[in-house]
Write a protein that binds this ligand. Structure first.
Ligand code: AQP
Length: 333
């Protein structure tokens, strides 16, 4: 059976090693699988659920595309575009927001985390964001969605919305109910400053993450300053419960070297952190510095980047506008 993949990344700046290991690296592997069609979207409509500076947003859209291409995505193999260039996403989101129930959205934990204590001041868009995400996915008859840990609940909601639409309008199978594609290992990379907090674009401390645009010196410095504990490197059967930072650094090492956590533990058991950190820095520099250099080179080629988005947008639009037209007919418009 052939697979249709959809996934997105927000152009909210500071793309980091977590985005790479948890999403983009996997996108590239899927793109190269047989019988698999991939649609990768720069989700700029999602980005504006929190305040954005227009100039920076424009730059971040290009930078996200540059990061995709520099990491190995190919516009001739995958459809790559930005969400706002395909009006069907907004149209479909409105229709689906009349299908989704308040009770369903009230259960979304990410809204609670992102809105924090100041829920009253959060945008309506931030609250309704999972409905837009459902529209993104359902417009392309997606069969599989690669999701990180944090997005599982939103995908469940997307499945509920699709089923409800199909039932309400007696249109069996019109919206395809997608399956999650959960990365088995290393799906959650943690902050370099706190092993219990996700590595995140919006963390105030730049030292908490390796940005995909960091150069060699920055990478080495950040790993040197990364939080650790006072014990030697753990053995493979050790309980990591009280050593989240050690576990996170070992997971980064394992993921980048495509080897199991057990093997990495064997490699460093009993050694001190400074020895391990030197090896880890080397590895990150080896894998990330070429991406960082390529991102910077591509950012000087704005016309080329804009052309990729324009052509990707046209391909996406062809599919999505047909789907939304059919949807409107089913509804009775
Ligand atoms: N720390 C992470 N580890 C593994 N995967 C991660 N992803 C994000 N952070 C990690 C995955 O990257 C993809 C794109 O994420 P996004 O752009 O939609 O934004 P996000 O998940 O909200 O990323 P951030 O960095 O946490 O942004 P802020 O700080 O703005 O909230 C997704 O597949 C995500 O799982």
């Amino acid at each position: 059976m052939s697979k249709k993949i959809f996934s997105g990344v927000q152009p909210s700046g500071n793309l980091h090693l977590g985005n790479y290991l948890g999403a983009i690296k996997n996108f590239v592997e899927l793109q190269n699988e047989k019988n698999t069609e991939c649609v990768y979207c720069i989700v700029d409509l999602h980005a504006i659920t929190v305040k954005q500076d227009p100039k920076e947003l424009r730059r971040n859209i290009r930078e996200t595309l540059a990061a995709f291409i520099a990491s190995g995505l190919n516009e001739n193999k995958s459809i790559i575009f930005n969400q706002s260039s395909v009006p069907a996403h907004s149209e479909c989101a409105w229709i689906l927001s009349c299908i989704a129930r308040m009770g369903w959205l009230n259960r979304m934990t990410q809204f609670k985390e992102k809105a924090g204590k100041d829920k009253e001041k959060a945008s309506v868009g931030l609250y309704a964001y999972p409905v837009l995400m459902a529209a993104d996915i359902l417009l392309y008859d997606t069969t599989h969605v690669p999701v990180g840990d944090d997005q599982k609940q939103h995908l469940e909601l997307c499945r509920d919305i699709a089923q409800r639409f199909n039932n309400d309008f007696e249109a069996p199978n019109f919206l395809k109910v997608p399956e999650p594609l959960i990365q088995k290992h290393f799906s959650r990379i943690m902050s370099l400053k706190d092993g219990e907090k996700k590595m995140s674009k919006s963390d105030e401390s730049d030292l908490s993450r390796i940005n995909l645009t960091d150069d060699k010196d920055k990478i080495i410095n950040k790993i040197k300053k990364a939080k650790t504990d006072t014990m030697p490197m753990p053995k493979k059967d050790e309980n990591f419960k009280n050593r989240p930072e050690a576990l996170n650094l070992l997971e980064i090492y394992s993921s980048l070297s495509n080897q199991s956590l057990e093997k990495s533990c064997d490699e460093f058991a009993g050694k001190n952190f400074s020895f391990f950190k030197e090896k880890l820095s080397y590895l990150i520099v080896e894998k990330i510095e070429p991406i960082s250099k390529e991102i910077k080179r591509l950012l000087n080629e704005e016309k080329h980047l804009d052309k990729i988005l324009l052509e990707g947008g046209e391909k996406a639009n062809e599919f999505a506008s047909t789907k939304v037209k059919e949807m409107k007919k089913i509804i009775g418009f």
